[in-house]
Design a protein around this ligand. Sequence first.
Ligand code: CP
Length: 335
Amino acid sequence: MQHFLTTEHWSKPDLQQILDFAKDLKQSPIQPLLKNKSIALLFFNPSLRTRTSFEIGIEQLGGHAVVLQPGKDAWPIEFELGSVMDGEAEEHVKEVAQVLSSYCDLIAIRAFPKFVDWQKDKLDTLLNSFAQFASVPVINMETITHPCQELAHIMTLQEKLGDLQGKKYVLTWTYHPKPLNTAVANSALMIASKFGMDVTLLCPTPDYVLDEHYMQSAQNNCNQNHQNLTVTHNIEEAYTGAEIVYAKSWGALPYFGQWEKEKIIRDQYKHFIVDEKKMAMTNQGLFSHCLPLRRNVKATDAVMDADYCVAIQEAENRLHVQKSLMNSLVNHHSS
Ligand code: CP
C-alpha cells in the first residue's frame, strides 16, 4: 500500500504522472473516480485552502468527505505507545486509525509541529502513527513537510515555464511576527531540486538554514541532476538572475522552543520582505507563496498584485493535484 507522506520517496516520473493527470482534471473537473468512496480529513490545525480544496475535490470526483477536528468535534487522541492514558486523550491512534480504515478508503492528516522540541517534532510521530496503523493510504496535508503544496507549486511552474531543468530557483526566508513551521520551506527545497532546478536558499543567518535532513535530501537531488544547491545570506546575490522566487517565513531551528530569544534576531530582518526592487533584480522572475500571506510584511502589495505573482494559480492547482493524487492512491489501493 502506498501512502503520500513526503515526496522524498516518490520518483520524479511517479510525481509527474500525478501532475499530468491533474492537468486533465483541470480541463474536465467532474469525473466519477471516487464514486462510493469515503475519505476522512483530520485537521489538528486550521486551514482555508487545504480543507476547501480537499472537500470540493472529493465532491467533484463523486466521493464523500468526513472532516474531523480531534479534540474539538472528535475525541482527543493519544499517540504514545504504551502510555497510561490518564490525561486528556480519550482514545489511542491504534484504534482511531483502524476504525477510520474500516469506514474510509483514504485518511488525510494535517498536524503541525508542537514548536517545543524539534528533535521530537521531526519524527512526525502523529502522521507516521496513522500510516503505521491504518490499512488504507494516508495523505500528509502538512506536518513537517507539505507535499500537496509541492505538487501544486510544480504544476504551476510547469504551466508558466515548461521544462524546469536548470532554472534558477530561489527560496527566500521572509519576516513574520511569529515563528512559523519549516514544512513548506523543507518541501520547496526538496521538490525544486527533484525537478532539476538550480536552487538557492536565501536566509538571514546560518541559524535559519533548514534541518540537515532536508538540506541533504535537496543536495542529493541537485547532485543527481547536475545542479547546485547554494545557501546565501546576501539578498542581491540570491535575487540576481532568479527565474522563480518562492517566499516563506520560518522559525530558526537552534532556537526551537526558545522563541523569545529567536524573536530578537528575527526582528532585525524585516527587510527580507519581497518587494519590487528585489524582483527587478530577477530574470523576469515569477513570484509565489503557499498562502496565507501577510501583505506588506512578507511581500508588498505591488508584488502580490503583479502579473508575475502566481500564488493564486498555485492555490487553485491544489484542487487539481489533490484530486489526481486521491485517484491514484484510492484506485491503486482497491485494485
Ligand atoms: N497553503 C495552505 O496549505 O493553506 P491552508 O493553511 O489555508 O490550508
